[in-house]
Design a protein around this ligand. Structure first.
Ligand SMILES: N[C@@H](CCC(=O)N[C@@H](CS)C(=O)NCC(=O)O)C(=O)O
Length: 217
């Protein structure tokens, strides 16, 4: 099986998590960000993650991939609960979140940005969403303050002894939360509250997904 991804992509992180958590071998293929042809030839649109289940058989959608792999490799481990509070908090944080991570992703050494045209493609597309990257970078301190409020709200939900967001069971919440937090680890000057910091490290290890802490910008 192969999983087509971008390194920065939080949805790809969700899909990657299930392979790491279940210790299943997967070949990761990082597409260039401006490669429209490859994903369109597989699923009819330009979107990752894409799982190649068998040669020529493709599955899009991170949450579908997670459930498919969980069922294909028993015993199943995922509880499908989603905490509406968490989803709402993550949704509300979209502007500061994207404004912090997007300009950093594009100037990083992540493989999908290996060419000038891939970087240009991403920047053009995402600036339509959040405005000029240069302005977002100038406003870093403001966005860090805003995202810190978000992190502190989530920190209150994480108990010291918890292995997962919901005590001792891995749930969809962990996929949403870890993908969000892992993206933020590219922001070198963002401090994480202590329980969340511990959570990020633990889930990264269990999921076998490197953080972006050491990614060069
Ligand atoms: N609902 C999809 C969303 C996937 C998605 O939005 N992926 C982004 C990358 S993070 C993408 O491929 N966007 C197209 C682009 O960047 O051009 C899922 O959960 O897999």
């Amino acid at each position: 099986m192969r999983l087509f991804i971008y390194d920065h992509c939080p949805y790809c992180v969700k899909a990657r998590m299930i392979f790491g958590l279940k210790n299943i071998n997967i070949q990761l293929v990082t597409l260039l960000n401006d490669d429209e042809k490859t994903p369109i030839s597989m699923i009819g649109k330009k979107m990752v993650p894409i799982l190649e289940k068998a040669p020529g058989q493709f599955m899009p959608e991170s949450m579908d991939i997670i459930q498919f792999i969980d069922q294909q490799f028993p015993p199943t481990i995922i509880h499908k609960e989603e905490d509406p509070f968490l989803l709402e908090i993550l949704n509300q944080a979209r502007i500061p979140y994207y404004s912090l991570v997007m300009p950093r992703w594009v100037s990083s050494t992540m493989e999908e940005f290996n060419t000038a045209s891939a970087r240009k493609y991403f920047q053009n597309k995402k600036e339509q969403m959040i405005g000029p990257f240069s302005t977002a970078l100038t406003n870093t301190e403001t966005y860090i303050k805003e995202i810190t409020e978000t992190l502190l709200k989530i920190e209150k939900k994480i108990k010291n002894q918890n292995k997962w967001y919901m005590e001792n069971q891995v749930s969809f919440n962990d996929f949403h939360l870890f993908a969000f937090l892992r993206a933020l680890t590219i922001v070198k000057t963002l401090p994480f509250p202590p329980r969340l910091e511990d959570y990020i490290k633990q889930i990264a290890k269990k999921s076998q997904i490197p953080l972006s802490t050491n990614i060069a910008l």
